[in-house]
Design a protein around this ligand. Structure first.
Ligand SMILES: Cc1cc2nc3c(=O)[nH]c(=O)nc-3n(C[C@H](O)[C@H](O)[C@H](O)COP(=O)(O)O)c2cc1C
Length: 210
């Protein structure tokens, strides 16, 4: 992997994690991001399902990040998910299950994680993590296309060990880090991003015609 060092120490990063098997690696990925990009301010929101695979405590202890999984966990300075979203300068949805990709593509906000995503106005990078069969499903393809049309950056799953078997396939356990790094450095660069542009265009539809 390219070892160029980047300094994102001034960037406030929001990480939303969902219940893919890849969430088991989230504490280490967060540590890696901190050392690789000098990120100091990272907040993590987990879906309720994700807490069945990884604990908020393990992320806090290993990566030293603030972690929230439910409405009762909101920090003192955040009145709601909107405050968390406004705090964020860049967001990564990592890992993103097929379920979460579907919710995002359809504007569903039914827990703290999905509501925070809905309220974000910063660039959002989505790192889907599914097995190859799920990734190929027409519904998942449609949802991924919709995310891209809505201006999200989607990092494709890459080749890795299949969890159900000892074969290799594009899926949950591939090494997405080079593509993520590239997307993150670009997103943190401060240029207007696709979501802003698409949302501004759509705002035109909301104006009342006189
Ligand atoms: C051990 C385990 C591993 C899973 N891995 C994946 C996965 O890699 N990708 C995926 O899309 N779903 C996976 N699932 C299924 C999701 O957890 C399930 O769809 C869940 O409803 C997702 O909830 P969330 O999106 O709110 O986190 C897994 C489930 C379990 C129990």
């Amino acid at each position: 992997m390219n070892e160029t060092r980047h300094d994102l120490s001034e960037v406030r990063l929001m990480v939303i994690g969902s219940c893919s098997v890849a969430v088991l690696g989230l504490p280490h990925i967060l540590l890696w991001l901190k050392s690789r990009l000098r990120l100091r301010r990272i907040r993590v929101v987990l879906t309720p399902m994700a807490t069945r695979l990884v604990t908020t405590d393990s992320i806090r202890r290993v990566a030293g990040c603030e972690v929230y999984a439910g409405w009762d966990d909101l920090p003192a300075d955040a009145r709601s998910h909107v405050s968390l979203a406004e705090w964020s300068q860049v967001a990564i949805v990592l890992p993103a299950t097929a379920d979460l990709v579907g919710k995002m593509a359809n504007g569903i906000a039914d827990n703290l994680a999905t509501s925070t995503i809905m309220a974000l106005s910063c660039p959002v990078i989505v790192v889907p993590s599914t097995n190859a069969t799920t990734w190929a499903k027409p519904a998942v393809r449609r949802n991924v296309r919709q995310l891209r049309a809505d201006g999200f950056t989607v990092v494709e799953p890459v080749q890795g060990l299949a969890v159900a078997g000892d074969t290799s396939e594009p899926g949950s356990m591939g090494d997405y880090r080079p593509a993520l790094l590239q997307a993150l450095v670009r997103a943190a660069g401060g240029e207007p991003h696709d979501q802003q542009r698409i949302e501004a265009e759509n705002m035109g539809d909301c104006h009342v015609r006189k």
